[in-house]
Design a protein. Structure first.
Length: 278
């Protein structure tokens, strides 16, 4: 993922908000403003990852359609280079421009292997790149390109089906991960607003009974308590999201969006609870 203007804008906005929040140290809105600053800085990166994931999924789906069209054309006896030119104007979504560029390069006399290499770099998708490498090797070896394309299309289709089946199976696991985290968050908030104040009150009474005075410096301030529990929730949310992504999509990187969602939920719930219950 390349860092663009929107990412730098998010970083700058985040720094401005965080620096401005330093003037509110001790205020009950301090941690809420800090959280807003962090979200402003992280959001562009998270949305970029989500967007790239969707685009890659669409690329693989459209490439499968492209491969199927090539198979049909090659089976009629048309050379693969001519087949690519013949099917270039069909709708391929995000790949339409790349496929037309590939066909134009072939029409201009650029060797197929070189054109496929450029096509692979433009698409920047590992699954498609491996497939194009196989097609290029088969073309150089003079093999039955029709059978190879058919095998490739079948393999990509099978892989796509397995991904969808896996996603359906683990959706329950993802939901369980979110539910477990929400239960953890509720427990933390109950400790913060119910149990610890109650324990603190009992301790204060005992202190008054024994020495007759309570030192303000010995009390745990509400701000420190709020910060501690918020950090706990954010850290737990971050790592829980990574675990969910690893289990659900097989990639820690894919878990970043889950981490962002859990951390956002933690921040909003914690900030709201501190405003209305603190």
């Amino acid at each position: 993922m390349e860092i663009g203007k929107i990412h730098w804008a998010g970083i700058v906005l985040s720094l401005i908000i965080i620096i401005s929040s330093l003037f509110l140290i001790g205020d009950k809105y301090f941690f809420m403003i800090i959280g807003i600053g962090i979200i402003a800085g992280v959001s562009p990166f998270v949305f970029s990852i989500i967007y790239e994931t969707r685009i890659n999924a669409e690329k693989e789906e459209m490439f499968l359609e492209f491969a199927r069209n090539l198979v049909e054309s090659v089976k009629t006896g048309t050379p693969i280079s001519k087949s690519i030119v013949n099917v270039r104007n069909k709708p391929y979504g995000v790949l339409s421009e790349n496929i037309r560029k590939l066909a134009n390069q072939i029409s201009l006399g650029i060797p197929l292997n070189l054109a496929l290499n450029v096509f692979s770099k433009d698409i920047n998708n590992k699954t498609i790149s491996r497939t194009l490498t196989l097609i290029g090797q088969a073309e150089r070896a003079g093999g039955n390109i029709g059978e190879i394309l058919e095998s490739v299309a079948e393999a990509v289709s099978t892989s796509d089906k397995l991904k969808k089946e896996r996603k359906a199976v683990i959706s329950t696991l993802v939901a369980q991960g979110y539910i477990i985290f929400l239960v953890f968050m509720v427990i933390v908030l109950v400790m913060q607003f119910k149990i610890l104040p109650m324990v603190s009150g009992i301790a204060d009474v005992e202190t008054i009974g024994s020495i007759g005075v309570i030192s303000e410096s010995e009390k745990l301030s509400q701000g420190e308590l709020t910060g501690s529990f918020l950090y706990l929730l954010l850290i737990q949310g971050f790592f829980s999201g990574l675990v969910i992504g690893r289990l659900a999509e097989g990639s820690v990187k894919s878990g970043i969006k889950h981490s962002f969602a859990l951390m956002l939920i933690s921040f909003l719930v914690s900030a709201g609870a501190n405003i209305f219950l603190g």
